[in-house]
Design a protein around this ligand. Structure first.
Ligand SMILES: Cc1cc2nc3c(=O)[nH]c(=O)nc-3n(C[C@H](O)[C@H](O)[C@H](O)COP(=O)(O)O)c2cc1C
Length: 181
């Protein structure tokens, strides 16, 4: 009987805490920018799904002005992000457009960043290396003609068990950022 009560208590008190987590929101709310990548490959089917999240991103007037260049070559990846870890992939998002298209690229980058984490990988957005990439590495990376890189997403393996609470930095409180009229 005691065991039964114990199981009931677990069901009522523990399970609801998880069951209330909407699966769609979970990846959006629980993300963090990976700092400690570990060596290891990303499977081709996972990579395809991650890229599909970029392809499916919304864009102004549905112009889809982006291109996704997947840098798997480790030597080249290291020239873009110096502390690359074996197996990391860089997805460079580029456009031939201007400010509006930059915004579209940012949304595609966010989709890719979140999709990678939803599949259990670590990911991190980077704009720091973009100027150097555009100045020196466009040809090596093979961006489409007329394109400039806007942002890149680094995807790789991370130690299991890291979560947004232990790994992400603090966020401002919602009541500081949100107002209602
Ligand atoms: C537009 C953008 C550009 C970023 N560029 C870099 C970068 O160049 N280098 C880097 O280490 N992190 C970069 N980041 C990662 C941020 O530093 C990170 O998302 C932020 O500190 C929050 O991290 P957290 O979610 O783990 O708390 C960038 C993030 C964004 C959104």
């Amino acid at each position: 009987m005691k065991k039964f009560l114990g199981i009931c208590m677990m069901f009522f008190f523990v399970f609801p805490a998880f069951s209330q987590e909407n699966p769609g929101l979970k990846a959006i709310v629980n993300h963090y920018a990976a700092r400690n990548f570990t060596a290891g490959d990303i499977s081709r089917s996972d990579l395809d799904q991650i890229l599909q999240a970029g392809v499916r991103a919304p864009s102004a007037s549905n112009r889809q002005p982006w291109h996704f260049t997947v840098v798997r070559n480790q030597a080249l990846a290291k020239r873009i992000v110096s502390n690359i870890v074996e197996g990391n992939v860089l997805i460079v998002i580029s456009t031939a457009g201007g400010q509006r298209e930059f915004l579209d690229c940012a949304l595609a980058a966010e989709n890719i960043y979140l999709a990678a984490q939803a599949l259990g990988y670590g990911s991190r957005l980077y704009t720091g290396p973009i100027d150097a990439l555009n100045q020196n590495l466009k040809g090596d990376v093979g961006l489409p003609s007329g394109h400039s890189a806007v942002i890149l997403v680094r995807v790789g393996r991370v130690q299991a068990g890291a979560d947004a609470v232990s790994a992400a930095s603090a966020r401002k409180a919602a009541n500081e950022l949100v107002s209602y009229k």
